[in-house]
Design a protein around this ligand. Structure first.
Ligand code: PEP
Length: 250
């Protein structure tokens, strides 16, 4: 049985004060939830204070990105050991906004994921096709290739511990959620790809999220799908009540 993982990506929203208000609202709303891994991913400035506020609570903290080197002349980047030092447990890598606006490549995504993993941080590796690729009908091949490149160099028992997030670019921040069947089709294909690359045990264990305009109204239908093990949430993660309802599949 795979434990569901529900993560909120705050993107470039929330000052420290706003983030703390959100966290303070969220803590009592999800108190007692044990059967779901709950993750919030604040901006870099809020990571340390949010992490220390959540210490001992049932909400983990993720970064929105991570660099592949341990340190060095990489202005503006944050190294995995630095995230580890403050108690960060997850790092989103390869988000489509990073790929689209900051030129991140499949190779870079792989290097970031490997560095995070090596430091004891679970990468949440994002993959997903554009509208053009979906309309061309080549989206399964496209996503499988992204998965293969992002997971290059991992051992099977390591691959089993990764989190992959299927986020069709056409559904992110657009209000246009993939249908439950569309989400399941690609998540199942991702699992098959992992099985082909790393064996049945890894395919069975790896957790695969869907992301793209997830709302309270769609969470149940998504979570009912056998290959959807959780969701990565943007907009709806900015409201404590909405995010708590998503966490509880309400
Ligand atoms: C995201 O940022 O990963 C995301 C899925 O955003 P939204 O839920 O707003 O579409």
């Amino acid at each position: 049985m795979r434990k569901p993982i529900i993560a909120g990506n705050w993107k470039m929203h929330n000052t420290i004060a706003e983030g703390m208000k959100l966290i303070r609202g969220l803590i009592p709303l999800v108190k007692g939830v044990k059967d779901v891994d709950i993750v919030v991913c604040p901006t870099a400035t809020a990571l340390a204070v949010v992490t220390s506020t959540l210490r001992g609570k049932n909400i983990q903290v993720g970064a929105q990105n991570v660099h592949w080197e341990k340190d060095g002349a990489y202005t503006g980047e944050i190294a995995a050991p630095m995230l580890k030092e403050i108690g960060v447990k997850y790092a989103i890598v390869g988000h489509s906004e990073r790929r689209q606006y900051f030129g991140e490549t499949d190779e870079g995504v792989n290097k970031r994921a490997r560095a995070a993993f090596a430091a004891g941080i679970t990468p949440i590796i994002c993959v997903g096709e554009s509208l053009a690729t979906r309309e061309k009908g080549t989206y399964l091949r496209f996503v499988a290739r992204q998965v293969r490149l992002a997971t290059n160099g991992f051992q099977p028992e390591e691959a089993a511990k990764l989190v992959l997030a299927y986020e069709p670019v056409w559904a992110i921040g657009t209000g246009k959620t993939a249908t439950f069947e569309q989400a399941e089709e690609v998540c199942a294909h991702i699992r098959q790809t992992i099985t082909r690359l790393f064996g049945a045990a890894a395919g069975d264990k790896i957790r695969i999220q869907y992301g793209g305009s997830v709302k309270t109204a769609t969470i149940r239908g998504l979570m009912e799908k056998p290959d959807v093990d959780g969701v990565l949430v943007g907009g709806a993660a900015l409201k404590a009540v909405d995010f708590s309802q998503i966490v509880k599949f309400q």
